[in-house]
Design a protein. Structure first.
Length: 220
């Protein structure tokens, strides 16, 4: 199984983001959390910040939109050059149309679900997406504890993908450490967002490597 590590810059030093990106140069992607203070009770990046990151990042941008009215706003992030744009199922009126528009622009389309959102309604829609993000914390803030109770969603997704042979990445985000990444990998995830455990380490690059090893040991 391919393992991808996508450190979240939510816990990085915002005043020195170009330097902070350089500290995770061995990662596969950089996770950019866009929050609007409506869909979640926090306010972070917007289009101008994503555009600035796109200009200086050597890693592909993995943009996670925690915003209302995703149908309207998500395509704009693809137009900024993001490699991947993930929007929340709970914030979109037409998830298929929005995903198709993102793909038309040239980005990978991802759909995210909160811990309490069932995954079953989206299993038949998997061909429309390049990535499914299963939140392992309530979206909005970094540093929360990993919710192991959502792992059955990954099992359902992985089994559905095995039946269809679709190439859809299964991402988890929230509370990812060397211990919890092994749990998520064993459940079927292959793409991992880690913020606090990476940027809270003395050597973020070494922590990226440690997470990758921990996931590979347990992955399917």
């Amino acid at each position: 199984m391919s393992v991808r590590i996508s450190p979240s810059i939510l816990t990085a030093d915002f005043a020195n983001l170009e330097t902070e990106l350089g500290r995770i140069a061995n990662a596969d992607l950089v996770h950019v959390d866009v929050m609007d203070n409506h869909f979640v009770p926090n306010l972070t990046f917007g289009p101008r910040m994503v555009e600035s990151l796109q200009a200086v990042s050597t890693l592909p941008l993995d943009v996670h939109l925690m915003i209302d009215d995703a149908d309207r706003w998500a395509p704009g992030y693809a137009e900024l050059g993001a490699y991947s744009v993930t929007f929340h199922a709970e914030a979109a009126a037409d998830v298929v149309a929005t995903a198709r528009r993102i793909r038309e622009i040239g980005a990978r389309a991802g759909i995210a679900v909160k811990p309490g959102t069932p995954i079953e309604p989206y299993l038949e829609l998997l061909p429309e997406f390049d990535q499914v993000l299963v939140m392992t914390v309530e979206p909005g803030f970094g540093g929360q504890s990993f919710m192991a109770e959502v792992m059955p969603k990954l099992g359902l997704l992985r089994n559905a993908l095995k039946r269809t042979e679709l190439d859809v990445w299964l991402q988890v985000d929230g509370g990812i450490t060397e211990e919890t990444i092994a749990i998520a990998a064993e459940a079927g995830a292959d793409t991992f967002v880690a913020g606090s455990s990476v940027y809270g380490a003395g050597d973020p690059a070494a922590q990226v490597d440690a997470l990758r090893v921990a996931a590979m040991l347990k992955g399917h």
